[in-house]
Design a protein around this ligand. Structure first.
Ligand code: PMV
Length: 324
């Protein structure tokens, strides 16, 4: 039986979350954890979608039934299938799709929604031999992301498609080549975040303080530009200093909280060079950089305070597809 598996990396935003929504540059990295989408042919005259991360098994008699009855909280997935149906006359009959982004933890700022969108589009693309290229896959995933939170900058879908470290500005991007891997410690704040809410809170601050916000946003942009050079030389100490600066600016917009501050304090007090929110904030995850032995020590200290961390590095391949 025909079978396809697509894997797309998750991501960490290293610099410039939020300011990227306002057109300033940002830097993101594809990480080793990610999402997987499997499609297998079956002979049961049904369409089965198993959303593993939500433990939801959905069975439909045909694509029209799916379009009408798909749970609205996952509308980005039914939109995806509907668009393939309309543009490429695919009926999706006799297949089972399994989508999982479990290792990324949902609403944790690690790109679970962009990564699963990219994996799903890529898997369908290969299974039905549609031949969308990476750019088209990334744009397709961006349209799905728009249904999840209204005004995505496009950085998440781009890095989850291409992997590596990217410098992203207003829809355009370039790769940043580092001489070695960049080791990150990712710590979960124990708080699920809501990207839309965090974007709204950030926007509220910009409305209340327009001139001050312009100045802060442009500082964030300059930090991202400076960080590109430090990443090219993989100067971890300077990268850490810039992360701390970026964090201080994000805090002014009110998207930090107690858990985030506690994690950052523990990281810096235990020898990390830098530590900051990654993604929308108000929860989600925090990233830290430092020497491998210090990061090990930071992780242990955080664990003692009830925070789960994991080490990750660069996924250089981006989305890839395997078949049987
Ligand atoms: O998807 P999250 O929660 O990791 O955050 C996305 C980053 C933002 O800059 C806040 C939004 C965006 O679309 O770039």
């Amino acid at each position: 039986m025909k079978y396809i598996r697509a894997r797309a990396p998750g991501k960490c935003i290293l610099f410039g979350e939020h300011s990227v929504v306002y057109g300033y540059p940002a830097i993101a990295m594809g990480i080793t954890l990610g999402s997987v989408c499997e499609i297998e042919a079956l002979n049961n005259n049904k369409i089965t979608i198993f959303l593993e991360s939500y433990n939801k098994n959905l069975v439909f008699s045909n694509i029209d039934d799916l379009i009408v009855h798909f749970p609205p909280e996952f509308k980005q997935f039914s939109y995806c299938l509907k668009r393939f149906k309309e543009n490429y006359t695919i009926d999706f009959n006799n297949i089972r799709i399994t989508l999982s982004s479990t290792p990324l933890l949902s609403s944790s700022g690690l790109g679970s929604s962009a990564s699963s969108a990219v994996a799903l589009v890529s898997a369908i693309n290969s299974f039905y031999n549609i031949q969308l290229n990476r750019r088209q896959i990334s744009h397709f995933a961006l349209d799905m992301e728009k249904l999840v939170h209204g005004t995505p900058s496009g950085i998440d879908n781009t890095v989850c498609t291409y992997g590596s470290i990217i410098f992203y500005e207003q829809g355009e991007f370039r790769f940043i080549e580092t001489p070695n891997n960049l080791n990150l410690l990712v710590t979960y704040t124990n708080i699920k975040h809501d990207t839309g809410k965090a974007i709204e809170k950030f926007r509220e601050f910009t409305k209340q303080n327009p001139d001050y916000s312009d100045q802060l946003l442009s500082e964030m942009g300059m930090i991202a530009r400076e960080a590109e050079h430090e990443l090219i030389n993989l100067n971890i100490e300077k990268i850490g200093v810039l992360m701390n600066k970026n964090q201080k600016l994000l805090e002014i917009f009110g998207i930090s909280n107690e858990n985030i501050s506690e994690i950052i304090d523990i990281a810096l007090n235990n020898g990390a060079f830098g530590s900051k929110i990654t993604g929308a904030g108000l929860g989600g995850s925090v990233i830290s950089v430092g020497s491998p032995s210090k990061l090990e020590h930071v992780a242990k200290s955080l664990e003692n305070e009830g925070y789960y961390s994991f080490h990750t590095g660069i996924n250089r391949q981006g989305v890839r597809v395997e078949s049987n």
